[in-house]
Design a protein around this ligand. Structure first.
Ligand code: SAM
Length: 251
């Protein structure tokens, strides 16, 4: 019986494709790809010629039996998306879920993933984080989602496109106020940038330099300060104020 390899591909820089991924892409009988034209370009650059089959959100369910039949025939298959790790805000979940239920061998070939790359260099806590994928496109749903996250103490991570980055930052400003945020843009590419500040600061930076609103983004928002810590900070400030007043310092 064949193996399904879930293969991470680069998120910008071709050198991020692992030698293991490159070898497997050349060895499998078939590559199931989110966009076959896009992946054909990658395979061409690697000097590989492998049959491709499309697998995207609209045909994924219909492809399960077809791909499973090929595994049963003993063929190995690679699953790739346009960029980064399949299934992470990308197609593949239905296929992997169904093949796992059927007891097939599924092997991850790790590599680039924008969320991990962004977190690894942002300087926000990474011991606990909450990945939220893309925020809803509609303003009301987006506001609700952000409100539901307002008390979470983990670092919050969102994916965003250039079309909606300003709307999302404005909604984050409304929901989270002055909270610290790190915006990772164009990771591994020529114009890779990390911006740091609250959401309004970052919007102002985009007004000053519209290039900052171009490309692909990972938005990372500092988690909420736990209630007891916020209270402790408050009490500390009160105590300091009382001490200053007691010493007759004019405040
Ligand atoms: N599967 C991919 C991964 O492993 O990161 C994510 C695919 S999702 C459809 C595309 C989103 O990922 C973009 O809108 C952006 O939020 C993020 N992304 C992908 N490549 C990126 C990059 N080079 N720099 C910043 N964000 C990126």
């Amino acid at each position: 019986i064949g193996t399904l390899y879930v293969v991470a591909t680069p998120i910008g820089n071709l050198e991020d494709l692992s030698p293991r991924a490159a070898r497997l892409l050349g060895e499998v009988a078939l590559v199931a790809a989110e966009d076959t034209r896009h992946t054909a370009g990658l395979l061409r650059r690697l000097g590989l010629s492998v049959p491709l089959l499309s697998l995207h959100e609209h045909n994924e369910t219909a492809r399960v039996d077809q791909l499973d039949a090929r595994l049963v025939r003993g063929e190995d298959i690679a699953l790739v998306s346009d960029a980064g790790t399949p299934l992470i805000s990308d197609p593949g979940f239905v296929l992997v879920r169904e093949l796992r239920v059927r007891g097939r061998r599924i092997v991850p070939i790790p590599g680039a993933c924008a969320l991990v790359a962004a977190l690894s260099a942002a300087g926000l806590p990474t011991d606990r984080f909450l990945f939220q994928g893309f925020l809803p496109a509609k303003a009301g749903a987006r506001r609700q989602r952000l409100q539901a996250l307002a008390n979470r103490e983990e670092t919050l991570v969102f994916y965003e496109s250039p079309h909606r980055i300003r709307d999302s930052l404005a909604a984050i400003a409304d929901a989270f106020g002055e909270r610290r945020l790190v915006l990772a843009r164009e990771l591994t590419k020529t114009f890779e940038t990390f911006l740091d500040g609250n959401a309004r600061d970052l919007l102002a930076r985009m007004d000053d330099d519209p290039d900052q609103a171009r490309g692909e983004f990972v938005i990372m928002v500092a988690g909420a300060v736990p209630d007891n810590e916020a209270e402790a900070a408050h009490l500390e400030a009160d105590a300091l104020l009382s001490a200053l007043l007691a010493e007759g310092v004019g405040v």
